[in-house]
Design a protein around this ligand. Structure first.
Ligand code: ACO
Length: 328
């Protein structure tokens, strides 16, 4: 029997907008304090895209870096999967807009799984490489979520930031690459975290705008509990699927929503907090861009080296959750 191909990451890229919004800046905008934000979330600052910047603009910069780092050209891509909850527009897909902007010619589509979107995209790309359907797949997580935040609502506006990350997935060898993937969803919890209007259920109207239905709405306490449970369970499941032990994980790359969530995940899974990569203090929650930007930085900072065992884990609106184990 022929061995199935192994898929893995050939190149990484990331882009963060230059403008920094600090907790001190937020103190001037809503009734909050640096102390409250730091102790409740761990966030110190976040990046905010300039007005007029679209999600595809951030995605272009991250994607071109990932393609260059993989030693390929845009014309070598066979597929683009772009994960976002803040697309440039309802249609066409942001992936198609990205395809044109980077000069690729392959099929392209968006994937909607909120903060789990990039990890969902990895799982999909892995299957398509292993089945030999495609050779080189660009997976992108990109968000300009600042345009969907009510900057007068202190319970949500302190949490989020803009950014993009990208990875080129292709065939890898000698046991390096993706070891296992896992995805989950629970639509019964959809209302915990949503932007209710702008789609077919509540099309844009003067009333939908006046009642703030185009902004992120969240039941923070319930999302917090679900995040700890689903990420903890996803780590157990991916460890089993990849035949790893918890002790064998060198670096955990989690979705970056809240430092208290990561401490609780560490307690629940017994993964020491020192092995959990954290950059939410600098970027806040970048939804689909969060895990891929964290992976990019962990590699850059030398926290992930050749041979490291890495687990990526995410949760988000849907609810959705996902995990991916990799040997670097
Ligand atoms: N500054 C000051 N006070 C605040 C702020 C703020 N920015 N926000 C809320 N408060 C107040 C509340 O009004 C409340 O006051 P009250 O007691 O007088 O009513 C008090 O602080 C406590 O509020 P809680 O909501 O109970 O605070 P909590 O400790 O639960 O922290 C938080 C809130 C940070 C949102 C937390 O619940 C959380 O992190 N939840 C998870 C959110 C998350 O991870 N979302 C990611 C998913 S994103 C995606 O998938 C797209």
């Amino acid at each position: 029997m022929t061995q199935k191909k192994q898929a893995g990451i050939l190149g990484l890229g990331a882009y963060l907008p230059e403008r920094i919004l600090t907790n001190a800046d937020l103190e001037k905008m809503v009734d909050t304090s640096d102390e409250w934000i730091r102790t409740r979330t761990g966030i110190r600052e976040r990046r905010i895209a300039e007005k007029g910047t679209a999600t595809s603009d951030l995605a272009v910069k991250a994607s071109l870096e990932a393609i260059q780092n993989s030693g390929l050209k845009p014309s070598d891509l066979d597929l683009i999967i772009l994960a976002t909850v803040t697309p440039d527009m309802i249609f066409p897909s942001t992936a198609c807009i990205l395809q044109n902007k980077i000069g690729a010619t392959c099929p392209a589509f968006d994937l909607s799984a909120a903060c789990s979107g990039f990890t969902y995209g990895l799982a999909l790309a892995e299957g398509l490489i292993r089945s030999e359907t495609y050779k080189h797949i660009l997976v992108v997580g990109a968000e300009v979520i600042s345009g969907f935040i009510n900057w007068k609502d202190r319970s949500t506006c302190v949490l989020f930031g803009d950014g993009a990350g990208a990875a080129v997935i292709g065939e890898t060898h000698d046991g390096h690459g993706i070891l296992a993937t896992y995805m989950g969803s629970d639509g019964s919890q959809a209302r915990l975290l949503q932007i209710p209007a702008g789609g077919s259920a509540i099309p844009p109207s003067i009333s939908s705008i006046e009642t703030g239905l185009h902004y992120v709405q969240m039941d923070g306490a319930e999302v917090f509990k679900s995040a700890v449970r689903t990420m903890g369970d996803a780590i157990q499941e991916i460890t089993k699927r990849a035949h790893l032990t918890i002790q064998g994980i060198d670096c955990l790359i989690p979705h970056q929503a809240n430092l208290r969530i990561l401490n609780a995940v560490s307690d629940r899974t017994k993964i020491p907090i020192e092995k959990i990569f954290v950059n939410l203090d600098r970027y806040g929650n970048m939804s689909a861009a969060s895990t891929i930007v964290a992976l990019y930085e962990a590699v850059k900072e030398g926290k992930i080296k050749k041979g490291s065992t890495v687990v990526m884990v995410a949760f988000g609106s849907g609810l959705t959750w996902a995990a991916c184990a990799l040997r670097w």
